[in-house]
Design a protein around this ligand. Structure first.
Ligand SMILES: [Ca+2]
Ligand SMILES: [Ca+2]
Ligand SMILES: [Ca+2]
Ligand SMILES: [Ca+2]
Length: 302
């Protein structure tokens, strides 16, 4: 089994299947016939989840939730959500809830499959950190659920990306779940101001706790957060050779990992391989402008 996710698209377990040398599978485009022809085209990610527990996976896109009608077609349930999101049952009631990382982050509670209720109470779900000038707010690009402290309640990691086309990087956040009642946010240190986009959780070192890998944009090193078991993280990307470059900010873009996400494929204790969409090519040197312009994101550890 493996955890996988692309650009904050979903949280879940998949079962690795044997892959034939020659595939005979064929796909037929049925978007409109299945009721998805009017889907909002602004989505950066999609996420399947059987939110009403009827046995059929439903579909979350940008601002939209489509209900699966017994595998025959889909019906638009709502188009007023905040944006793309990830599913997870934060209150352990048996129904998957939804967190959208957009607009400072928004938590939706699943009302026993009948619908999603936006939790506007900041004491329950804090707003993600924004630009220090207070003008732009937050610009998160992804999130993932995982029980980082093994207390039985899933927690959340949010990538906070940037503003002003790379001049202002924002620090990432860890939101620990207080027994399904609220979340406590820790904003990570400056090393995480890496223009993060995709995040995925997996126990790569097989020590019983979920670790986190974050893929970053604008030639920034990627981050591998090793969990201490209590939900506190240390960046070990360089030690494990998966930062895909030095922190000098002068490197080949192709040797950086995919800015849009990564996939775990665990292969055994303390070892792992990883796959991204970027393939090393002959060197092409580029300078990351963020080093000369400086990072203006909030640096807080609480
Ligand atoms: Ca369903
Ligand atoms: Ca729930
Ligand atoms: Ca937890
Ligand atoms: Ca671990």
């Amino acid at each position: 089994m493996k955890f996988q996710k692309t650009r904050g698209a979903f949280f879940g377990l998949t079962v690795a299947a044997a892959c034939p040398l020659v595939s005979t599978a064929a796909f037929i485009e049925k978007t409109s016939q299945l009721g998805l022809g009017g889907m909002n085209s602004s989505s950066d990610s999609m996420a399947w989840c059987d939110y009403n527990n009827d046995g059929y996976a439903d579909l979350l896109g940008y601002r939209e939730l489509y209900t699966n009608n017994g595998g025959t077609n889909f019906t638009l349930k709502t188009n007023t959500l905040w944006g793309d999101g990830v599913w997870g049952d934060y209150n352990n009631d048996g129904y998957h809830d939804c967190y959208s990382w957009m607009g400072g982050g928004h938590l939706y509670r699943n009302e026993a499959g009948a619908g999603l209720t936006l939790i506007n109470n900041l004491a329950v779900m804090p707003t993600l950190p924004g630009d220090l000038d207070g003008i732009h707010g937050n610009a998160s690009q992804g999130a993932c659920w995982g029980d980082f402290n093994n207390d039985g309640y899933i927690d959340l990691y949010a990538c906070n990306y940037e503003w002003d086309t790379g001049t202002c990087a924002l620090p990432d956040s860890v939101l620990m779940n207080n027994a399904g009642a609220s979340f406590t946010m820790t904003t990570l240190l400056s090393t995480t101001n890496n223009h993060a986009r995709g995040v995925t959780a997996c126990d790569f070192d097989m020590d019983g706790d979920l670790d986190i890998y974050v893929s970053c944009y604008r030639l920034r090193p990627n981050t591998l957060w090793r969990n201490d078991g209590a939900g506190a993280f240390t960046d070990v990307a360089a030690a494990y050779g998966v930062d895909t470059g030095t922190a000098s900010c002068i490197t080949t873009e192709a040797t950086r990992s995919a800015p849009l996400g990564a996939i775990w494929t665990t292969t055994g204790s303390s070892t792992f391989s990883w796959v991204t969409s970027a393939t090393p090519t002959p060197p092409k040197t580029a300078r990351n402008s963020c080093e000369t312009r400086g990072l203006r994101g909030t640096i807080i550890s609480s």
